[in-house]
Structures are given as C-alpha cells and as structure tokens.
Design a binder for this molecule. Structure first.
Ligand code: F6R
Length: 608
C-alpha cells in the first residue's frame, strides 16, 4: 500500500530516495517523508501531499547524506497528517522507521507501551513498532528489531535506522513486499523494484521474517533463527523505459496501448499454433492434478477476480471441467470445501494483495494445491504458491488494471486450450482457437485505432452520474470490468449486469439520463441483446453498443456503435474489454480526474 525506499552508499542518498519515492507514488500518495543520517544524528523531513513538495523542501535546505530512508503513505490508521506521516521516530529521537503493512494487535501494544510511559506522537499502528524496538534496543539494531517483532501480529515491510549505528539500515518483511538491491558500493531497499531500477537490476527477495542489514560494506541477510543466509541475486529483466510514460499522457493510456505486445508476450513460446494446443512450462507438471482434482477454484480480488470469472466460463464450456470463483476476501472466512484433492488458482497482478495471500494460506491450511497466475515476478504470491504462470505484462503503473487483465485472460485461455485438448477437444477446434489467439495482437491493434471515436463519445457522456453495462456469457464479466474501470477512475457510479437480468430490476433506473453500454457481439445471444437494447430505447435510455465489425443492423437502434473484429467466445473478452478501458479513460480525462492515481485507491492492496 505504502512505498519504501532506502539507500546507503558513497553518493548523496537524498536524490536517490526522492526519485525512488516519486516512482512509488502510484502505490501511496497522501503524505511522505525522509529520515537522513548525519554526524549530529537523525534529520527528519515530512510533508502532507506529494513527493514534489518534499523535494522542494529538501532543495531549500541543501541536505546531503550517505544514508537515508523514505516513505510515501496511503492512510490506514489515522488521517494524512504531518504526525501520521512516516518516518516515525522513537521518543529519544534515535530510531527512525518506515513501514508498509498493518499491525493487527497495535492497540494492545500501544496500551502496554503507554503504561510503561512511552509517549506516542501519531495515531498510526506503525509507531508501536518504533516504541517496541526502542524498548528492546541494547546496542544492536537487528537484534532489537527481531525481538520487537516477536510481539507483533500483522503484515510489514520495514526499513529502520538508529543514530548510534549510523551506517546501517535494517530491513525485514512479513506478508508485505520488500526487496534489497546492490549497485557499486551502494545498496538499496525498496518496496517495489521500480524505485531502484535506475540504479540496480541485481535484487534479493527477502523471505518472510528474514532480516537484511545494509551498510557501506554490503548486504548481510539472516534467517528467522538469526543464522546468516546466502540469498540468490535475481536479475531484473525489464527496463526503466517500461515504467515510464513513453510519450503518453498517462500510464494508463500507455498500458492500454501496449496490449498488442503484452498479449503477445503472454502467449510467446506457450501457444502452439501448428498443434492447436498450448504449453505452460510453469505448471506443465501439474496438468494431471488439475484435470483430476475434485474441486477447482479461482480466487482473486477486483479486476483479477473478473479474469477468474472468465476462466471459470472457459474451463466449463471448453474443457468441461467444473470450477468455482471466489472473492479472496470471502474465501478465507467461509469455511471453503477445499481439501488435498482441490486445486486453487490465485490470480493477481501485483502478487502482493493481502486478501489473496490470506486465501492462499487458507487453502494451504486445508492441504489444497495452490497455483499462481501472477504478473510481478518474485512477488509474495509467486513465492507462496506451489507452481504458477507469469503473465508477463511488465510493470503496471496506472492504478486501474488494464494490460494485466488481458494478459491474465490470455493465460487462462491458454490453460483452457491445453485442458480442453486433453479432455477431448478435436484438433480442428484446437487449431481454430489457436489461430484466433495468434491473431489477437493484430485485432487489438485494430480496436485501438478507434480511440479517437471513443474519446468523442466520452465527451458526450462525461457528465452522467450513473452507467449500466450489459453483457451475456463471457461478456458479463467484461461488463463488470468495464463498470469497475469507470467507477475507479472517473468516480461515476456504474454497474455491470447480465443483459437479461436488466428486466428483473435495473430497468427501473432507465431514463434519458442513463447511458447503457451494451456488449452485443454477433454470437448466439445477439438477438436477445438486441431486444434488451430495444427495451432500453423504449424508456429513452442512451445506448453505446459494442458490436461485431460489419453489423449494420445495430446502428438503427443504438445511439453509438463501437466495432470489434469478429471473435470466438475464446478471444471475445479480450477484444471487448479494450473499448471499455478506453471509454473510462477518456471519460475520466474529460472530467479532469487524476487517471493514474485515482482518489482512495492504491496499486497494491497489502492490507486485508
Ligand atoms: C482494478 C484493480 C483492482 C485489483 C485488485 C487485485 O483496476 O486494479 O481491483 O485488480 O486490487 O489486485 P491484484 O491483481 O494485484 O491482486
């Protein structure tokens, strides 16, 4: 949720930390701060607002230091105020700490510390960790951190410094992301690789409760049992350009337009067009277990949950394998019927979503096999699952997920194809599907060419207060996703509905001020959707229809028509969601909203 960056090395740490925080602003953005070590001890600067303001403040003071830790906050406990902003400093002014995550038992800990006479400055859960470390400190910071955290229940990524050990940053994590990285005689800690990619591509992923100690001499890592551990150094394979805007006005637009490439990347080396089949290296050895499982589940949140709904429909329709989709946040608490003969797929862009991690733990506690469908390489979900498939969408910076969704659906389509062939799908059907998938990037290009037309339509509807999205079959989750995108970035209330359900309630809402987005491809439900559109028109609703290229009939009843190339139901969700992504983008721009950083949202939700 929040962002962490720390630096120790030969250079001035301040610009490194500030630039890192700016790259992390998409993760948390209501206040920020930095703790700098100098010969007199700790120097702290915090602001409510953007990193740019902190940067301005530091520029005036001309700070320079070789060790600093910084933070961008997304408020959970206590509003975004100066006092609640990180870093938090101990009562004696010697310890500074930045935290990403949530401390569940903070109330009890706070009461205990207050009884001991400790005075808190903030309303945050984080400050109890500073108090505890201060209480446990006897000359060695990493030992104090380990002892203090033994009292803590919750999730954390932490970077901590102590004025008595001025060349050291101690880092640890549990259930929240944290990476360490090395450059030449300089070392970094960050909650996301984007923060330090400018300086280093050699990273270490800390496992839960491991401790990393960064000094100008290097990085030392210790296990939970305080034994030194040798960690693997991973090479980051994506570039800085991939996390920059590349000429687009917003990251979201760049990400929407990158989908021909990202969909191709998700299929590369996996789709076997000549065989009408697919090969998914990461879970090839699990295919038998997936086929023979007693239960199959997809669990995820938000947009990734919508991908799961599409996965469910494809599994059942094409591979004839029953399967369930569960919100990760519900799965954990509803005593799921999961056991050693169950397969649970966790779908996640960030790989850090706390609810999804909790669902994985629940499934594991019940002895299920848990597989991951993740974007972020080396993320917690990728590491907590037995095996998995990366969707290879590259870093997604815009808070509203776009390219990760289409890559998730692409991977689910490949998996369905593989399973369906094993379940008896004919070679000719497999070849037809593989051919349609292979042509997806060019068809997505075709859809993207309509961006200008969509921008014009968006202008006409930007003042609406409500939208209804209608779709059937695999296009129902697409309707849900279209509505979610609009809500998230333009703050217009929107709902997705199975088209035929409209007459069972939502039809009461329709009048001339209610725009309806009707997904109406020429498939087996086409005539039924046309009837639904007629029902809307009869009540003076305004209709934006998504139709198959060449469909002239729909022009007579819809107010606007957006075309997509003809598609099989296998590839339809990917093509159909793209105009809806663009529509929400242009509506949000028209309304002057902060597209990449919508209010109240953060890119990865690392609290339950
Ligand atoms: C929507 C969106 C969220 C995420 C959800 C799950 O645009 O981004 O709904 O899909 O928070 O996140 P991941 O996929 O990272 O687990």
């Amino acid at each position: 949720m929040c962002g962490i960056v720390g630096y120790v090395g030969q250079n001035n740490a301040v610009p490194v930390v500030i630039q890192g925080l700016q790259r992390l602003e998409y993760r948390g953005y209501d206040s920020c701060g930095i703790a700098m070590m100098n010969s007199e001890g700790l120097n702290l600067e915090k602001v409510t607002g953007k990193v740019m303001e902190l940067q301005g403040l530091l520029a005036q003071k001309k700070n320079s230091t070789s060790l600093a830790i910084g933070h961008t906050r997304w408020a959970t406990h206590g509003p975004p105020t100066f006092d609640n902003a990180h870093p938090h400093v101990s009562q004696d002014g010697k310890i500074a700490l930045v935290h990403n995550g949530i401390i569940e038992n903070y109330k009890v800990l706070r009461d205990e510390l207050e009884n001991d006479g400790y005075q808190f400055r903030s309303e945050t859960d984080t400050e109890v960790i500073v108090g505890l470390i201060s209480k446990c400190y006897h000359g060695n910071l990493e030992h104090a951190v380990r002892e203090a955290l033994s009292y803590v229940v919750g999730a954390y990524g932490l970077a901590i410094v102590h004025a008595d050990e001025p060349e050291k940053i101690v880092c640890t994590r549990k259930g929240a992301p944290l990476i360490l990285a090395m450059g030449e005689n300089e070392y970094f800690v960050a909650s996301d690789v984007a923060a330090i990619l400018h300086y280093s591509k050699d990273v270490i992923y800390l496992d839960n409760e491991e401790i990393g100690v960064l000094t100008p001499e290097g990085i030392e890592t210790y296990s939970v049992a305080d034994e030194p551990v040798v960690k693997k150094i991973h090479k980051i394979t994506f570039n800085l350009e991939e996390i920059e805007k590349g000429g687009y006005e917003h990251f979201m637009l760049k990400e929407i337009f990158s989908q021909p490439q990202t969909i191709y990347d998700a299929m590369r080396g996996r789709l076997l067009p000549e065989e009408g089949n697919a090969h998914l290296g990461g879970i090839e050895h699990m295919i038998g277990s997936i086929l023979h499982a007693d239960q199959r589940y997809f669990t995820a949140c938000g947009t990734s949950w919508h991908a799961g709904l599409i996965g469910e429909m494809m599994f059942e329709q094409f591979a004839r394998l029953p399967c369930e989709v569960e919100y990760a946040s519900e799965f954990r608490y509803r005593e799921p019927l999961v056991d050693a003969k169950s397969i649970v797929f966790a779908i996640s862009q960030s790989g850090e979503t706390a609810d999804t991690l909790a669902a994985i733990q629940e499934a594991k506690n019940r002895d299920a096999t848990v597989l991951g469908i993740c974007n972020v390489v080396g993320s917690s979900i990728a590491r907590e699952t037995e095996a998995g498939v990366y969707v290879h969408a590259g870093p997604e910076i815009g808070v509203a997920s776009t390219k990760a969704f289409t890559s998730q659906v692409t991977v689910l389509s490949l998996l369905t194809l593989k399973l369906a062939r094993l379940m008896g799908m004919s070679e000719s059907d497999g070849l037809e599907i593989a051919d349609a998938m292979q042509r997806l990037p060019e068809n997505v290009e075709w859809v993207l060419k309509q961006a200008d037309q969509i921008a014009e339509i968006a202008k006409l509807y930007a003042d609406a207060s409500n939208f209804l999205y209608l779709g059937r079959g695999v296009n129902f989750p697409v309707a849900l996703e279209g509505a979610l995108k609009l809500k998230e970035i333009s703050y217009i209330h929107a709902e997705g509905y199975p088209a035929a359900e409209m007459k069972h309630g939502p039809i009461a809402l329709i009048d001339k001020s209610m725009p309806i987005v009707a997904i109406a491809p020429q498939d087996k439900t086409y005539d039924k959707i046309l009837s639904n559109i007629e029902e809307v028109k009869a009540r003076h609703g305004r209709v934006i229809a998504l139709a198959t290229r060449g469909d002239e009939r729909i022009k007579d009843i819809a107010d606007h028509v957006l075309y997509v190339p003809p598609a099989l139901s296998f590839t339809a969700p990917i093509l159909n969601v793209i105009p809806l992504q663009l529509l929400s983008y242009y509506v949000a721009v028209e309304r002057g909203c902060n597209v990449d950083q919508p209010r109240n949202l953060a890119k990865s939700v690392t609290v339950e």
